[in-house]
Design a protein around this ligand. Structure first.
Ligand SMILES: Cc1ncc(COP(=O)(O)O)c(C=O)c1O
Length: 418
């Protein structure tokens, strides 16, 4: 596999022009962490300038009646279009962790007689902490069952089905797992859970904006997700939550805040939940971060989620080929699914020195991947701005770091954020 071939693939890339829509001020920097923090869209820079100077600077408090108040729902509607949700079922709010807490508590209340919660060993730790915290809050009546992995990469769907029984209140999984990028079969698992009378809550953090899905058509009950990864909303951008239309009047948030009240500005001392998804809002939204998300969502809608997925599959396939040809001989092992339909948009490779290799790539060769304990180098491929030539070049730089043992000069002690 050669750089010329990679350039030919870039020449045929139907999304190539989208790279120019992002701030790319260091052409030599190879950014492979869009699965953690997406790049900055140029349109966001302009929009934020207008929001800060005009909307905040000049409009001041009037901004609330000029679009801010409805923004969480309005942008939720746009985001819903990317995940197969019709209007009125998605709202932007809080962080993914907080949204998960709200929805887990609400779901467990809907199945009061059931005591089993099913997740898997690959779910994001914060999600597992939330589950543990909810179990504690509800009096330690529930048990969390984590479906194991056979190969350290994927989860056999049969094992998930086997864990769902008549006692199961909730099945909650990351659609794409953060370590290996394994992609669960959302439709099949949702169907199985429903057959057993359980509810399903999906964490879409690593799939929203890069994997097409049909929440409504597949009957998904609940979902949450981050907007700072492939959705490019910016560091700490507010997250989203989805509640299927017909569940909305049946469930209540465990956090009763004024933004979830039926009439917040009546200042009623007694809580009355708003109708619809708005009852899951809590307090004043972070308007600057919320509005920063809009140009990023518009960009993804313009590119089209199907085209994004097509390129994502090609990019990950291409990288997996390079790993086999060039990295495996240097002691790396593939840690992502070989089957494109079971894979998200990052590729993980294992190496005993992954942490120090990652440090050396960042410090010396201008490549920004990330490291996940204990020995994974994660390479995130964001179809809107990652090129095939960059994937080739990054692999070449990894080879240099390893072949020349340049990682040896870095300490094994971890930096605070890896
Ligand atoms: C799959 C998944 N879920 C949840 C989270 C936590 O998100 P937040 O920090 O916004 O609560 C992350 C963060 O990276 C994640 O990758």
């Amino acid at each position: 596999m050669t750089l010329d071939e990679a350039r030919r693939l870039d020449g045929k890339d139907e999304l190539a022009s989208f790279r120019g829509r992002f701030v790319v001020d260091q052409p030599d920097l190879i950014y492979l962490d869009g699965n953690s923090l997406g790049r900055l869209p140029r349109a966001t820079v302009e929009r934020m300038q207008a929001v800060v100077e005009q909307e905040w600077g000049c409009n001041l408090i009037r901004g609330w009646n000029q679009g801010w108040y409805e923004a969480a729902l309005r942008l939720g509607g746009k985001l819903g279009g990317l995940i197969g949700a019709a209007a009125g079922q998605v709202v932007i709010s809080d962080s993914t962790t907080v949204n998960l807490f709200k929805l887990v508590m609400a779901a467990l209340k809907l199945r009061p007689e059931r005591t089993r919660i099913v997740s898997d060993v690959f779910n994001f730790p914060s999600d597992l902490y939330v589950l543990q915290g909810c179990v504690r809050l509800l009096g330690d009546r529930h048990h969390i069952h984590l479906v194991p992995s056979g190969d350290g990469i994927g989860i056999d769907p049969q094992r998930v089905y086997d864990n769902i029984d008549e006692q199961t209140a909730l099945v909650t999984l990351s659609h794409v797992t953060y370590q290996s990028a394994f992609l669960h079969d959302m439709q099949a698992i949702t169907e199985r859970a429903h057959q057993a009378g359980a509810l399903v809550l999906w964490d879409l953090s690593h799939s929203a904006g890069v994997v097409p899905m049909e929440l409504d058509n597949w009957g998904v009950d609940l979902a949450v997700g981050c907007s700072y990864k492939y959705l490019n909303g910016g560091p700490g951008a507010p997250a989203f939550l989805y509640i299927r239309q017909d569940l909305q009047e049946k469930i209540q948030s465990p956090v009763w805040g004024w933004f979830g009240h039926q009439e917040p500005f009546e200042f009623d001392p007694v809580y009355q939940p708003a109708e619809g998804i708005r009852r899951f809002l809590v307090g004043t939204p972070p308007i600057l971060s919320l509005l920063a998300l809009e140009p990023a969502l518009d960009l993804i809608m313009e590119a089209g989620i199907e085209r994004i997925r097509r390129k994502s599959e090609r990019l990950t396939e291409y990288l997996i080929g390079l790993v086999a040809e060039r990295l495996e001989p240097l002691g790396f092992a593939q840690m992502s699914p070989r089957e494109a339909t079971r894979r998200g948009s990052h590729v993980s490779v294992r190496h005993p020195e992954a942490y120090r290799i990652n440090r050396a790539l960042i410090e010396e060769l201008n490549v920004l991947p990330d490291f996940r304990e204990p020995d994974l180098l994660r390479l995130g491929l964001a179809p809107l701005y990652t090129s095939f030539a960059e994937v080739w070049e990054a692999t070449d730089r990894i080879c240099r770091i390893v072949a020349q043992e340049r990682y040896q000069s870095y300490p094994v002690a971890r930096t605070s954020v890896t």
